[in-house]
Design a protein around this ligand. Structure first.
Ligand code: ZN
Length: 67
């Protein structure tokens, strides 16, 4: 298994497949071996293993960084 995408809390992930609400962009709320993301459309949250989510990403849009 390999991880292609790098992202951090606050970044926005554009996924290949849209959420049932029609939105494709999700904000990263927590990034560990599991990733918590929130749909930008309906604001529903979900947790996915990083290896699984990695395959679903089309692009990463960097968020505002506070460091
Ligand atoms: Zn949604």
């Amino acid at each position: 298994m390999s991880i292609r995408w790098k992202f951090f809390v606050g970044d926005v992930l554009e996924l290949k497949k849209e959420h049932p609400c029609g939105e494709k962009k999700f904000i990263v709320l927590f990034a560990g071996s599991d990733i918590k993301i929130r749909c930008n459309g309906c604001r529903r949250e979900m947790v996915l293993p990083r290896v699984q989510l990695d395959k679903m990403i089309r692009s990463v849009i960097p968020g505002e960084k506070n460091d």
